[in-house]
Design a protein around this ligand. Sequence first.
Ligand SMILES: [Zn+2]
Length: 79
Amino acid sequence: MALYQNGDELAHKVDACFDKVHSPGTAAPYSGIYICANCRDEYACNAGDPLPPQNHRQHNPSTGAIRWKLLIQTQNGPS
Ligand SMILES: [Zn+2]
């Protein structure tokens, strides 16, 4: 589970972008932290870079396919 110290630096947002599932190796649509919905492994990825493939380090194939979901979306500059 992702950790943080100062919650004032995070903002809650309800958006479909957090529900969408991404396959391994596809380009990350947003910069941020992604979580595998099956094994809960977390991975920081920049927008446009490929999400980790099927052999990502903790994923046990017996739990099903890797299913990346956006967990924390990072933002640049003033919001
Ligand atoms: Zn996984």
